[in-house]
Ligand binder design. Structure first.
Ligand SMILES: O=C(CO)COP(=O)(O)O
Ligand SMILES: O=C[C@H](O)COP(=O)(O)O
Ligand SMILES: [Zn+2]
Ligand SMILES: [Zn+2]
Length: 341
């Protein structure tokens, strides 16, 4: 059952050419929509769960849904990741819940505090065979319950918020992290920018030089496609001035610059919302949830397929599983316990 660490995925993605999509899950339909796309495209995937998702769905339900997905698709390389963990206690809970990867996000603290929080999380996670993603630098937009800088302010001061390559080197050496989320001009949510984004590709290059071998992660990587915003607005929504990162720039970061993991949540929300609004607008008498959730789930599948092509991860599942087996990567402890290996 390929419930795996992200390490074998990043080993291959680090060489460049493709990136692994990390998609946020909050319920059954979203999970099924994502998995169906990855199964059709034979793509590796990371299912990520935020603190908000744990609270919304109750982790026992989410865990059962994900276990079912892993059993349904034994040929797919799937990792389960905590998104934006903020305490070591939460990291411990997630390890107990069977996550194969966790994020500890100390980016809102000072460098020293971020280092000590992250180092502690790494100690706990590595002891359990779980890999750790950390964050350095500051993204714009809304993340979890932390409302970040607004788009105009972020754009104006962007240089100041980007990840510093020398800080990244110190951070990497002192914490022993397995991957690093960097600020290179992306932003969370649907209202990222007031002007078209221009990612700081030179920063990616510099950080890869100061931190050789460290897989880089891009958060806030939804492209907020205009056609979905138009549909939402056409069918009674109100999302003026929504704007994302152009997909060609994400593709470039992954294919040319070697970014390994790309976080996408907002675009899935937009796909689901646009479709549900359309059903309601066209058939106001409809009240069977299956009649709007099923098309919503299909819309997520289509959106994820689009992303897998952007990331060029379509068709890479087999290669990753082969690499995992060849390397004899240690199985996460959780897996050993539950599968009795
Ligand atoms: O970074 C994310 C989750 O951690 C999601 O980013 P988006 O809001 O751009 O989808
Ligand atoms: O970065 C944040 C993710 O999009 C998760 O958002 P959430 O906390 O609303 O689940
Ligand atoms: Zn953060
Ligand atoms: Zn994020």
């Amino acid at each position: 059952m390929p419930l795996m660490s992200t390490k074998p995925m990043f080993d291959l993605a680090y060489e460049g050419g493709f990136g692994v999509g990390a998609f946020n899950v909050n319920n059954m339909e979203i999970t099924q929509g994502i998995i169906e796309a990855c199964a059709q495209e034979k793509s590796p995937l990371i299912l990520q769960i935020s603190k908000g998702a744990r609270k919304y769905a109750n982790m026992r339900y989410l865990k059962a849904i994900i276990d079912a997905a892993v059993e349904e698709y034994p040929e797919l390389p799937i990792a389960i990741h905590l998104d934006h963990g903020d305490t070591v206690d939460l990291v411990k809970e997630c390890i107990g819940d069977g996550f194969t990867s966790v994020m500890i996000d100390g980016s809102h603290h000072s460098l020293e505090e971020n280092i000590s929080l992250t180092a502690e999380a790494v100690k706990v996670a590595h002891a359990a065979g779980v890999v750790v993603e950390a964050e350095l630098g500051m993204l714009g937009g809304i993340e979890e319950d932390v409302v970040g800088l607004d788009a105009a302010e972020y754009e104006k001061n962007i240089e100041k918020f980007l990840t510093d390559p020398e800080d990244a080197k110190v951070f990497y050496e002192k914490t022993g992290i397995d991957s690093l989320a960097v600020a290179i001009g992306t932003s969370h949510g649907a209202y990222k920018f007031t002007h078209e984004a221009k990612l700081a590709f030179d920063r990616i290059e510099q950080i890869m030089k100061t931190c050789p071998g460290l897989p880089l992660v891009m958060h806030g990587s939804s492209s907020v496609p205009k056609e979905f915003i138009d549909l939402i607005n056409q069918y009674g929504g109100k999302m003026p001035n929504a704007m994302g990162v152009p997909e060609d720039q994400i593709a470039n970061a992954v294919r040319q610059y070697g970014v390994c993991k790309v976080n996408i949540d907002t675009d899935l929300r937009l796909a689901l919302t646009a479709k549900i609004r359309e059903v309601f607008a066209k058939d106001p008498a409809e009240f069977d949830p299956r009649k709007y959730l099923a098309p919503g789930r299909d819309a997520i599948t289509e959106m994820v397929k689009r992303k897998l092509h952007m990331l060029n991860s379509a068709g890479k599942a087999e290669q990753i599983i082969a690499h995992w087996k060849k390397e004899g990567e240690p199985l996460p402890n959780y897996y050993k316990q539950t599968a009795g290996v």
